[in-house]
Design a protein around this ligand. Structure first.
Ligand code: FE
Length: 178
């Protein structure tokens, strides 16, 4: 099975599950996030990261009801690496929860905009970053991209939105394979 076929099959198996605490499915959330990235003019590798940022939820693991897979940002790293995804894609996917912890620490208005489910998981994810963590995060190689990815992630929870399907992203996925 090619990597693209594997991604399609993962979404076929688990994509119709609700995106925890939200009114969209996992597949809708992923597709909306990737679509936001495309519309923002993101490069294909970043579009692929937007599509796959929550793949950890589909892979299963340390599952908690209503919240999903704990550490879903990191539990998928081995899976992504084994399929040959690039260092940047893996850095983006594995950093998307840190971006939330960063924004909560640095933007007072951000926390108020988070969905209820997202606030609930925040505590389990370590809460707001400390000043040291903030400085390290800002110095990281994917800082700007992670903030963009986070904004698309938050925007990708609209139950009434129709966006292009998975087949639309084969070339973005290919671009993210190293
Ligand atoms: Fe997400």
């Amino acid at each position: 099975m090619s990597v693209i076929e594997e991604v399609v099959s993962l979404f076929e198996q688990g994509g119709s599950q609700a995106y925890f605490g939200e009114r969209v499915t996992q597949l809708q959330h992923a597709l909306q996030c990737a679509h936001c990235a495309t519309q923002a003019g993101a490069d294909p590798e970043l579009v692929a990261a937007a599509l796959l940022h929550d793949v950890g939820h589909l892979l299963g693991g340390n599952l908690q009801a209503d919240i999903g897979v704990i550490d879903h940002d990191r539990s998928c790293v081995e899976w992504l690496r084994a399929r040959g995804f690039s260092t940047r894609l893996i850095g983006l996917v594995s950093g998307h929860v840190a971006a939330k912890r960063y924004l909560v620490a640095t933007q007072t208005a951000y926390r108020d905009r988070l969905s209820e489910a997202s606030i609930r998981t925040l505590a389990l994810q370590g809460g707001a970053m400390s000043a040291e963590e903030v400085a390290a995060f800002e110095a990281g190689p994917y800082f700007r991209d992670l903030l963009r990815l986070r904004a698309w992630d938050e925007a990708a929870k609209d139950p009434s939105r129709t966006v292009p399907g998975l087949d639309h992203y084969a070339s973005a996925i290919r671009a993210a394979l190293s």
